[in-house]
Design a protein around this ligand. Structure first.
Ligand code: DX5
Ligand code: ZN
Length: 217
């Protein structure tokens, strides 16, 4: 496995009335990434938050802004998120845009590029883009809400994306997102994932540091 395992807590599961507090919990747990779930109510049946949350949080933390755009037209918003302080911008292969052009634009803006696929997607949909991303996000729930149950069939997708990574001698991260806890984290890591988004299992835990140990145990 080319990448050290890391955890990216999702602010979607934190207190939306005080995102700074959520950032502090992540920092206190000794983690370096925050996962920012951006939802437009069109690509997914929920609305979360926009670029101003990132620009307001940016000067208050050194955490890496791992930004997951669950937007129908992500290409229209990548500049705003890049300017707001996003450091990786991940877009869905299923959204309504020219995927290759969007990924190129993300990189031109100085951000790392990620590509995401939903649990029912055919992994072949992302194959043409693997050379131009440094992260592949395999959704382990259908996006829109935290606290859902893990979909085990995605493990086969993770294995396929990992096989492609090895075969092509690429080093992109494989991120999983949704229903990740101590048990499902182990399944995903065995299948080849190295980057774990944790919303509920981190923020709803009485002891987030213990939750981190359980996730990478
Ligand atoms: C779902 C989001 C996930 C979610 C995390 O659309 O993309 O990141 O917030 O899910 P849980 O709470 O299951 O870890
Ligand atoms: Zn996410």
């Amino acid at each position: 496995m080319p990448n050290p395992v890391l955890i990216a807590p999702s602010l979607l599961a934190a207190d939306h009335g005080n995102f700074s507090a959520g950032i502090s919990v992540i920092e206190a747990a000794g983690l370096n990434w925050v996962h920012l779930d951006i939802m437009d109510g069109h690509f997914v049946p929920n609305i979360s938050f926009g670029p101003q949350v990132l620009s307001d949080l940016r000067p208050r933390t050194k955490l890496f802004f791992d930004t997951h755009l669950m937007l129908l037209h992500p290409d229209r918003y990548i500049e705003a998120f890049a300017r707001a302080g996003a450091q990786r911008i991940t877009v869905h292969v299923e959204a309504d845009h020219d995927v290759a052009r969007t990924l190129a634009k993300i990189r031109e803006l100085g951000c790392a590029a990620g590509i995401a696929l939903n649990p029912d997607a055919d992994p072949s949909a992302v194959i043409p883009h693997l050379h131009s991303v440094d992260l592949v996000l395999c959704m382990t729930v259908f996006p829109g809400f935290g606290g859902q149950s893990f979909i085990p069939s995605v493990l086969e997708t993770i294995r396929k994306i990992d096989q492609e990574r090895t075969a092509r001698k690429l080093t992109y991260r494989i991120e999983v997102d949704g229903g990740i806890n101590a048990e499902t984290s182990k399944l995903c890591r065995t299948a080849g994932a190295d980057t774990l988004v944790a919303g509920t299992s981190f923020f709803k835990s009485a002891d987030p540091s213990a939750a981190v140990r359980a996730l990478i145990g």
